[in-house]
Every structure is written in structure tokens, then in C-alpha cells.
Design a protein around this ligand. Structure first.
Ligand code: ADP
Ligand code: MG
Length: 398
């Protein structure tokens, strides 16, 4: 784990130009930053370097300009948002490489913070073109990567540059890597994983990776229906990928071979339509009618799953147990999330969760702050759950 350097190792940065890769790909509304979560995540690193007298140069992508300049995807649009969170002014430099960038950097003083223009305005960024990475590296003295969310991509500003300058993990990156290592790298056993969401097809590689690593694999959400169907359960009108029954059986076999227990619901909440508060029934999985859909895990199964978590020391969670956006199909996700939060609070469980809808569900349950760590990294989090190497992380390893 401790095979990459952090800001603790960076030494004297006074007057040094530090290129910090951050995630500024924030949602906008009416020309202003609509959600500053990602900006806030980068603050500990930005403040620490600025306080130490570094010239802090923020590198980021914004949208998908595909290698061409596009004023609607200029990072100048987020400057005010960054300054608001930082509490003082932030410069904007209208290019991230070349003379334009150098001229902008030249006027900065120690402690200043600047945002460089969208790295994706250059085609070399996404191609990880060596010439582009060379040009980026010319702008600074030191590289810090604080954007775990972009680490699954081998781009110039996430990967190429790390081989050209002394490279360090920023505080947010460090926290993310430590949390992920604590649940799947070197976890305390027993380890439970909760995998939910709509479809098996989007998470086959996650499931395959997890059966070899965790002691308990809890499968919920729409994807549980495919596993139930593989076991011969008639799931009625439920979302179910019948063409993936063989895949589900292969995952059952792999789990058996690895000594991983797969937990599927044995009671479920069903409805005839997917709408708010429709008439529902809570039934045994063998009692789903032909015109009904399974939309949530039932209360008896949720209680049993809570007992599984009580017997575990580590939990990794991706995907809601039911169609949580619509009441009352949020009940199982909320209940199990609260159990996990309580166990974490008591100190008996290390809990890490990630995924767009998962984060929304934990916020909805009011427990996101009580988990040990909640990753907002999306794609990078899923690729890590799949056991794939992350180029942006690997490039930081010495
Ligand atoms: P994440 O974004 O956290 O990775 P996913 O995108 O995989 O999660 O899954 C979330 C989606 O799964 C939600 O839109 C939710 O409504 C849906 N879902 C969960 N359970 C069911 C179910 N039983 N039937 C249909 N959709 C479901
Ligand atoms: Mg999702």
C-alpha cells in the first residue's frame, strides 16, 4: 500500500510550481457551479500546498470537448466556484501548455492558486500523447494527483505527466486509496460486499472479482432477479436478464470454489407498476405473480442481511437493494444502510461505499457521513471493484 508518495514526502515546495490534477468536472446550472462537492474534495491539498508557499497550478478536464477549444467547456466558468470554496481569489490561465500557459504562470507568486484551461482542449490529453505530457511537465516542477475519479484513464494529465515529474498523491487521492485498500486490498475478515443496482450485465466483472475476495456476497436490486431465475424462481414481470442465467450460474460456482457465501433475498416487495406508492405485496420469492415486479428486498431478508453485517468486520457496498428512487422501494436499502452505519459508529465495521446511485441512496438514508468512506468517483470506483489496474494510480507508484 505505502508504495506511493504523499504530500508528507514532498519536502520544501516554497516557490515551486506544483501541477495538481484535480476533479473540476462539476455540474453547472445557469453558468454557475451547481454542486461544489468535487471542489471541496480538492481543498485540503490545495490549501496545504498554498500554505507551504507553492505556486499551485490546477489541472483538470471539463466536459468532453474532444480535443478542440470550446468556450462552453472552458474552466474559466468554474473559477468563481473554486474561489468561493477557497475563500480567496483564483487566477485563470487560458491554456495548460505552451507559451500561453508559461506567461500566465510567470506572474504568479508563492501561495497563489491558478486554474489552467481544460486539458481536453488538446487532443494529446486523451491520447496520452508523449509530446503533450512533455509540454505539461514543462509548466511545473512537481506533480500531485488528487483526482482518483480520473485515475481509470491513462491520459496526459493523469498518467503521462507522472512519469516526467516527481509525482505524489494528494490528500483526497491518499484517503481514497487507503479506504479502498482497507476493504479489498488488505481487509480485516470476514468481509461482506453488497452489490445491487439494475442489471447484472453492468456489473459482471465486479461480481467475478468479488467472489474471489469476500466472504459474503449480498446480491440485491434488479440483478438479484437474474440470480433467482438461475435458481429456478419465477420472477414474473421483474427486470431480469434471462440471457445471463449461465453467467449467474458461473458466478455461483466460482463463489462455491472460493468459499464465498452468496446471499439472495428470500422475501421481496412486489408491485404491478413502477410508480410512487402503488399497491404492493410482501411475498416469499416463490409467490411472485406473473404480472408482478420485484422492486425491493423484503423485511425478513433485510433483517437476516443485517445479521450478516454484524458478523463481519469489513463492508464494501455498490448498488441499491431496490428501486430506491420511488417509495416504498427504498425501504431495504435505507434499513441495511442504517445497520451498516450503526455498526461503523460502534467501531465493529469498516464500511466503504461508492457509485452514483449508491451515494444518492446513502444520502437519502441520512447515513453517508457515518460510513468510514464514501467514494464519489463513479467509473474509477467501479473499475477498482472489478479488480482492474488504474493507470493514474499505478503511475504514482515508485
Ligand atoms: P450505482 O450508480 O450506485 O452503481 P446502479 O446504477 O447500478 O448503481 O443501480 C441503480 C439503479 O438500480 C437505480 O436506478 C434503481 O432504481 C435500480 N434498481 C434497483 N433495484 C431494482 C429492481 N428491483 N428493479 C428495477 N430496478 C432496480
Ligand atoms: Mg448508476
Amino acid at each position: 500500500m505505502a508504495d506511493f508518495k504523499t504530500l508528507d514526502d514532498i519536502g520544501d515546495v516554497t516557490g515551486k510550481k506544483v501541477l495538481v490534477r484535480v476533479d473540476l468536472n462539476v455540474p453547472m446550472s445557469d453558468g454557475a457551479v451547481a454542486d461544489d462537492t468535487r471542489i471541496r474534495a480538492a481543498m485540503p491539498t490545495i490549501r496545504e500546498l498554498s500554505d507551504k508557499g507553492a505556486i499551485v497550478l490546477l489541472l483538470a478536464h471539463f466536459g468532453r470537448p474532444k480535443g478542440a477549444k470550446n468556450p462552453t467547456q472552458s474552466l474559466s466558468l468554474v473559477i468563481d466556484g473554486v474561489a468561493d470554496v477557497l475563500g480567496h481569489s483564483v487566477m485563470f490561465i487560458p491554456d495548460c501548455i505552451g507559451e500561453g500557459a508559461k506567461a500566465g504562470v510567470a506572474v504568479l507568486a508563492p501561495g497563489d492558486v491558478a486554474v489552467l484551461e481544460n486539458t481536453r482542449f488538446h487532443a494529446g490529453e486523451e491520447k496520452n500523447d508523449p509530446a503533450f505530457a512533455d509540454a505539461l511537465a514543462e509548466i511545473g516542477d512537481i506533480y500531485v494527483n488528487d483526482a482518483f475519479s480520473a485515475a481509470h484513464r491513462a491520459h496526459g494529465s493523469t498518467e503521462g505527466i507522472a512519469h516526467r515529474l516527481p509525482a505524489y498523491a494528494g490528500r483526497a487521492m491518499e484517503a481514497e486509496l487507503k479506504a479502498l485498500d482497507a476493504v479489498l486490498g488488505n481487509p480485516a475478515h470476514p468481509v461482506a460486499a453488497v452489490v445491487g443496482g439494475a442489471k447484472v450485465s453492468s456489473k459482471i466483472d465486479v461480481l467475478r472479482n468479488l467472489v474471489g475476495k469476500v466472504d459474503h456476497l449480498i446480491i440485491g436490486g434488479g440483478m438479484a432477479n437474474t440470480f433467482l431465475a438461475a435458481r429456478g424462481v419465477d420472477v414474473g414481470k421483474s427486470l431480469c436478464e434471462h440471457d445471463l442465467v449461465d453467467t449467474a450460474n458461473a458466478i455461483f460456482d466460482a463463489a462455491d470454489a472460493a468459499g464465498c457465501t452468496i446471499h439472495l433475498p428470500y422475501d421481496v416487495v412486489v408491485a404491478k407498476e413502477f410508480a410512487a406508492n402503488p399497491p404492493t405485496r410482501t411475498v416469499n420469492i416463490h409467490e411472485v405473480a406473473a404480472d408482478e415486479m420485484i422492486l425491493d428486498v423484503g423485511p425478513a431478508a433485510v433483517e437476516a442481511l443485517g445479521d450478516v453485517l454484524k458478523s463481519c468486520r469489513t463492508l464494501v457496498w455498490n448498488g441499491p437493494l431496490g428501486a430506491f428512487e420511488i417509495a416504498p422501494f427504498d425501504a431495504a436499502t435505507v434499513a441495511l444502510a442504517r445497520t451498516a452505519a450503526a455498526l461503523t459508529r460502534e467501531g465493529s465495521l469498516i464500511s466503504v461505499a461508492g457509485g452514483g446511485d449508491t451515494v444518492a441512496a446513502l444520502n437519502h438514508a441520512g447515513v453517508a457521513d457515518e460510513f468510514t468512506f464514501v467514494s464519489t468517483a463513479g467509473g474509477a470506483f467501479l473499475e477498482w471493484m472489478e479488480g482492474k489496474p488504474l493507470p493514474g494510480v499505478d503511475a504514482l507508484r515508485s
